[in-house]
Each structure stands twice: as structure tokens, then as C-alpha cells.
Design a protein around this ligand. Structure first.
Ligand code: ATP
Ligand code: MG
Length: 318
């Protein structure tokens, strides 16, 4: 059984007498211990999908349709108490901006033990022991001393490690990491992704990794789901996707990854601009920018199962 399952998820909000949909019929599943990448340009619906899993969408955004199952439980109709137990418990989340996830007025130790006490019956001493262990696990040296320090005494990369320590302290089954490295410099990015891979192996953690960076995604993930305009374009094993992307959008996205062989100053981009929610066509959302477009693309391509995974494209071969 899959650990996490999204089934025909639609996210949107009411406007102008109708509904504006940001995520349109997304299905995906993630097994225990598996890492999948959710990729796609800005605005494709990655973060809203992540927030929807934990029922943290900000109104008026809401789930319009579809189901989210986690570990046999339907999260779409779970009560607030059950959701509070899950958040930071069996499912935890790490975001891009480590500073906003930490309160500058409290020591790291206070914040870490608060999270632990919220989910476990632990004495102060026990919570501190778990906090030390968590910091140690994310590679922070002298954890006992570090617990007494404030967030500003940590570098950006170290703050992100603290947030990851908070996220794993209660031994989640699923970690949702939404661009956890975007604010960091390149070498630190790779270290954080290494750490996530390490924790995944040690703790049997499943990871939903949201990123713009396809190289980092490949470093961590077994499979990738490519989103565009709130819809799944292609899904497959990372190696296969990189070696032979079948969807024109995946091909375009991969062509934008900078290569060492590029001439200085060359930046590859996909021509045209990403779709604006609410002004989405009924057909394939990528069609207006797609070089392989045919008349049929005015109709929405169904998601087909193919040998390498799934694809939604009229033109791509199986
Ligand atoms: N509160 C909101 N009200 C209306 N539209 C919103 C709201 N929040 C996000 N959106 C829209 O939802 C769409 C999906 O947003 P989302 O944040 O999920 O994109 P993303 O894939 O995470 O992008 P990025 O890579 O920039 O983080 C975008 O078109 C965005 O403009
Ligand atoms: Mg986002």
C-alpha cells in the first residue's frame, strides 16, 4: 500500500461566479521510504499541493475535489485534532526560508523541545535528550551548547539543519521539503540534499522534494513528477526522465539546466511565459508554448500509463 496517495486532486478558489483551479486533477503516490521530486516552473502548483496534503491551504484556496490518503487515513476529511497530531508528527514539512520557520526570540533548544513535547509525552530531560540527538543527526556539532543559542547565531545552512532537526525529531514517515535549499549558496545546497538522503536511509523516511533544481532532485529522488499549469505532464524514474524525456515540456525543462559546456553568459529559457491561473485553456496547458503542438492539443490529453511511468501528451510516443 502506498504511504501517500493523491487521487484526482483539484485545488482552487471561487472567483467571478466560477472556480479558478490552480491544481487540476493531480494523482500521485509515494511509497514508504521513497523520495519523489515535484518539479515545474514557478506557479505550477507545487507548493499548493504540499499545503493541501497537510490541509494547510489558506482560504479562499481549498480542495475542490479529490482525495488525499496517508498511511490508510483519509486526510481530506480528517478532523482538526487528528491533523494537528499528524503535522510535525508522522508528516513534517521544511520550507525555503529557514529564518521564518524559527522564532528569533527563543533559543533553538526551546523551539526544538516545544515541538517534541507537542507530539510526545516526554519529561524536560527526555525532550532535551531527543533534541540533542536530532541536532546530532543533522550534523550539528556540540549539540548541547548549540541548544542554548539563538537562531541568529547560526548560519543560513545551519538554520536549515535546525529546521530539519525539528522536522525529524518526532520520527515522521513523510517529510515534505518545499525548496529547502533555494535560499542557500550552491555548496550548502548540495550538503543539505546529502543530509536529506542520509536521513532518508537512516530513518526510512519518505520524501516529497519540491524544487526548481533538477540536478539536486536527481541527487535525492528515485522518481519525478513534472507539473505544468497545475497538471501532471510526465512522471517517471529520474534516470529515465533525464536520459529520454518523452514530454515536450520535460524536454524543454531539461534543456534549461545549465551545463559546464555552455558558453559564459548563456542562459537557456523556455520561450513564452508560464500560464496564469484562471486563464488556463481547456486543452493541454503547455500547448501555447509547445513546438510539437498539433490541433488535437486543444483537447486535454489524458494521463496515460507508459513503460517509463505516466505521460499526458497527444504527441509523445508510449
Ligand atoms: N492565495 C492565493 N490566491 C490565489 N492564487 C494563488 C494563491 N496562492 C497561490 N496562488 C496561485 O496558485 C498557483 C500555484 O501556486 P504555487 O505556489 O503552488 O506554485 P509553485 O509551483 O509552488 O511555484 P514556485 O515555484 O514559485 O514556488 C500560482 O498561479 C499562484 O499564483
Ligand atoms: Mg512554491
Amino acid at each position: 500500500m502506498a504511504l501517500l496517495e493523491l487521487d484526482d486532486l483539484h485545488i482552487g478558489y471561487p472567483a467571478d461566479g466560477g472556480m479558478i483551479e490552480l491544481v487540476r486533477g493531480l494523482s500521485l503516490s509515494l511509497d514508504a521510504g521513497e523520495a519523489i521530486g515535484l518539479v515545474g516552473e514557478s506557479g505550477s502548483g507545487k507548493s499548493q499541493t504540499a499545503l493541501a496534503i497537510l490541509q494547510l491551504l489558506r482560504p479562499p484556496l481549498r480542495i475542490l475535489k479529490g482525495r488525499i490518503r496517508f498511511d490508510g487515513q483519509d486526510l481530506t476529511d480528517a478532523g482538526e485534532a487528528a491533523l494537528r497530531r499528524l503535522r510535525g508528527g508522522a508528516i513534517s514539512m521544511v520550507f525555503q526560508d529557514a529564518m521564518s520557520g524559527l522564532n528569533p526570540a527563543f533559543t533553538v533548544g526551546v523551539q526544538l523541545t516545544n515541538v517534541i513535547s507537542a507530539h510526545r509525552k516526554a519529561s524536560r530531560a527526555e525532550a532535551t535528550r531527543i533534541a540533542v540527538e536530532a541536532l546530532d543527526m543533522v550534523g550539528i556539532r556540540n549539540p548541547e551548547a548549540r541548544l542554548r543559542q539563538y537562531p541568529h547565531q547560526f548560519s543560513g545552512g545551519m538554520r536549515q539543519r535546525v529546521l530539519i532537526a525539528m522536522a525529524i525529531a518526532c520520527r515522521p514517515k513523510l517529510l515534505i521539503a518545499d525548496e529547502p535549499t533555494t535560499a542557500l549558496d550552491v555548496t550548502v545546497q548540495a550538503q543539505i540534499v546529502d543530509l536529506l538522503g542520509d536521513l532518508r536511509r537512516k530513518l526510512g523516511l519518505a520524501v516529497l522534494f519540491i524544487t526548481h533544481n533538477l540536478d539536486l532532485m536527481a541527487q535525492l529522488c528515485d522518481r519525478a513528477v513534472v507539473l505544468y499549469g497545475g497538471m501532471l505532464m510526465e512522471e517517471g524514474k529520474v534516470d529515465a526522465l533525464f536520459a529520454a524525456p518523452a514530454h515536450p515540456y520535460t524536454r524543454a525543462l531539461l534543456a534549461c539546466v545549465p551545463r559546464l559546456s555552455d558558453l559564459p553568459g548563456v542562459i537557456h529559457t523556455i520561450e513564452g511565459s508560464a500560464p496564469v491561473a484562471g486563464r488556463l485553456t481547456t486543452g493541454c496547458p503547455f500547448a501555447p508554448r509547445c513546438g510539437a503542438r498539433v490541433a488535437q492539443c486543444a483537447d486535454r490529453p489524458p494521463v496515460r500509463l507508459v513503460a517509463s511511468g505516466r505521460i499526458a501528451c497527444w504527441k509523445a510516443a508510449a
